[in-house]
Design a protein around this ligand. Structure first.
Ligand code: CO
Length: 636
């Protein structure tokens, strides 16, 4: 993705190069009437058909195509264009009159500046004793769709405000409660400024920045991760090989990191995996807080917000990085250096057994391959970590860190919807509800989903001692039946079975999805935010593969009405038996802030696991070497 990769070295699923993004923009600027003045919402790879990808061999000529969404700031709607990069031509275009483009990072700053220049806002700050506007920070949020007349057909942002005690001070320690504004993103017009209530701005100093840190621990000696013979993975372009694993790494502005064509031992498991949405609903009905409900993937594009990672800080050990090139709003290219981190991690023991009769011990060490990125969405950081394990398990973990979104309360009076984290600073109850889109391909595309529940049998003649319990499988035969909640009470999980391949015992080869981070939704499905978040009301959805059904909250999320997305995808109730299946798993964090989350939040985690079940004929990790690690030593 450095802009110099020859086309012949690309894989059909390689992310667009910088040159390809510029070319796509150029095609549209020339071919579309009024294209020269258009803003560019997103340029992304138009992923070829699965058959094309599978037939590809390294070095084969490939046909590259891109999607490019453009818009104009003087009218609503998005024009979605498909362009051929190989033929330097526009292929198709379709106008979506009701779609509202994602909010670009540059627009955050524009909104902040527009709000701070508004005389009503300046007066409101003055009323609160703030004269130096350079210390005021204004965080723009996507505004949802609350049916407000004057907002219809416009790109709207609403804002929350904080103030620093001095230039480098932590803004989120000093929330200006009750000061909000609504802005038209396209025109910069401030629709309203609200200055409500008289909760004092908390003034306590709570900083995490090193320049405020008076004491630094001196009791920690280095832990070095060294791989004296180099790493055990190889990377060609974006194709990663490690252990028996092979996959293609992708990246786009909306989803950020994507994984494709994942196989182990040459056997496919997943055709595509991504975190296709994240929704963060806040639980306070007070003031302007009910509008705090963001879709960080669909409304901003989390790929654009990805950090440039730093060796020895974000990433420890022998690290391979990948850069990511993305379009800017005005058609320029922004390349994020070190956007994706690849490395191996020791994972303790893989297995061990001591045969006490023979007095023999066998133990093998595990390691995992880590593919990660970290995105900053305003106050929050989201670390995405995909883990490949040697026993065939695929694991995904979110590490949520950064700073909780704060508001102010009268000291000692937090009210029911938040926790006073330090005096006068309130962390509101909220959730982070993700959706993983998992295009399953367990030993091929033809898969069947089943739900597995463990049940006790009643005592009786067949169960005289009351000890009988067993796992019962229920096929999820159609889309409406496959919209499921998790149930810890029956140790519920879902299995994706090959329709064609069986293992040693005659059972279909399979992978199971284990929901380890279920979140109960608390917003009403009837409310303006709940209507747009249909996916969050089930923990599993399964759909028949359709390349156009990509996002659980819909293709265009910013300001949407909720009519597109997972509920629309399953409305046809398609047959799922032995089909090319996509699993959508809802998971996340239920976050009641703790005082320990402030002024900076140590990582909290959530995720899920995909584990082989009869995919292999046995434990499959007997072949690991038993050499002792010679760098290990006694601590004394
Ligand atoms: Co949180």
């Amino acid at each position: 993705m450095d802009g110099t990769t020859p086309i012949s070295e690309l894989h059909p699923l390689s992310p667009l190069t910088a040159d390809e993004i510029l070319q796509a923009v150029g095609i549209v600027r020339n071919a579309i009437e009024d294209g020269a003045g258009a803003k560019i919402e997103m340029v992304e790879l138009a992923e070829p058909d699965k058959a094309v990808v599978r037939q590809h061999s390294p070095g084969d000529p490939i046909k590259r195509e891109a999607w490019i969404n453009i818009y104009h700031t003087d009218r609503p709607g998005v024009l979605r264009c498909r362009v051929s990069l190989s033929e330097d031509a526009l292929v198709s275009q379709k106008h979506y009159p009701d779609a509202s483009p994602m909010i670009a990072p540059v627009e955050f700053m524009e909104i902040e500046n527009a709000v701070k220049a508004d005389p009503r806002f300046i007066a409101a700050c003055k009323r609160r004793g703030i004269d130096d506007l350079s210390l005021v920070t204004v965080d723009p949020w996507s505004a949802g769709n609350f049916g407000i007349e004057e907002e219809q057909g416009r790109r709207i942002s609403h804002v929350f405000c904080w103030v620093r005690n001095e230039e480098n001070d932590h803004q989120y320690a000093h929330p200006i409660d009750g000061l909000n504004a609504t802005a038209d993103i396209n025109t910069g017009e401030i629709l309203d400024v609200r200055d409500e209530g008289d909760i004092p701005i908390p003034g306590g100093e709570w900083n995490y920045d090193r320049r405020y840190q008076k004491v630094v621990r001196e009791d920690l000696r280095p832990i070095d991760v060294v791989q004296p013979e180099g790493v055990s993975f190889t990377l060609e372009g974006h194709r990663l090989k490690w252990h028996d694993w092979e996959l293609q790494i992708g990246f786009n502005a909306r989803e950020g990191l994507t994984l494709h064509d994942i196989s182990i031992g040459g056997r496919p498991i997943l055709y595509r995996a991504s975190i296709a949405e994240m929704m963060v609903p806040y639980g306070s009905p007070d003031g302007r807080h009910p509008r705090k409900n963001v879709f960080d993937v669909g409304e901003y594009g989390i790929g654009r917000l990805v950090n440039s990672l730093e060796l020895g800080c974000d990433c420890l050990g022998a690290i391979q990085y990948l850069d990511a090139s993305l379009n800017g709003r005005d058609g320029e290219v922004e390349t994020i250096k070190n956007a994706i981190c690849l490395h191996e991690e020791d994972m303790g023991i893989m297995w061990k057994h001591y045969d006490f009769r023979l007095d023999t011990t066998e133990v093998r060490r595990a390691r995992r391959m880590v593919i990660s990125t970290i995105a900053t969405v305003g106050n929050y950081e989201y670390g995405y970590y995909w883990y490949l394990h040697m026993d065939g398990m695929i694991e995904f973990e979110i590490k949520a860190t950064g700073v909780i979104n704060t508001t102010a309360c009268m000291p000692g009076q937090p009210g029911p919807y938040g926790v006073e984290v330090v005096p006068g600073v309130l962390g509101q109850i909220h959730q982070h509800t993700f959706c993983a889109r998992l295009d399953m391909a367990v030993d091929g595309d033809a898969n069947t989903a089943v739900e597995c529940n463990t049940e006790a049998e009643p005592m009786g003649p067949e169960n005289p001692y009351g000890n009988a319990y067993r796992m019962i499988e229920t096929p999820l035969t159609n889309e409406l039946a496959a919209a499921r909640k998790a149930d810890q009470g029956t140790h519920r999980y879902w299995k994706f079975k090959s329709a064609n391949k069986t293992g040693l015992t005659g059972q279909p080869t399979a992978y199971k999805l284990i929901p380890t981070s279920v979140v109960t939704p608390y917003i009403s499905p009837e409310g303006p935010s709940g209507r747009r978040a249909g996916y969050t009301f089930k923990d599993l959805w399964v759909t028949a593969f359709d390349p156009d059904q990509r996002f659980p909250a819909g293709e265009f999320v910013n300001g949407c009405d909720g009519s597109d997305g997972i509920n629309a995808y399953v409305a046809g109730d398609r047959d799922l038996v032995g089909k090319d299946l996509v699993a959508w798993h809802t998971f996340g964090l239920h976050h009641i802030p703790r005082p320990e989350d402030f002024p900076v939040q140590p990582c909290i985690t959530c995720g899920f696991k995909l584990m082989p079940v009869g995919f292999f004929d046995d434990s499959n990790v007997r072949d690991l070497p038993w050499d002792k690690n010679i760098a290990s030593c006694h601590a004394s």
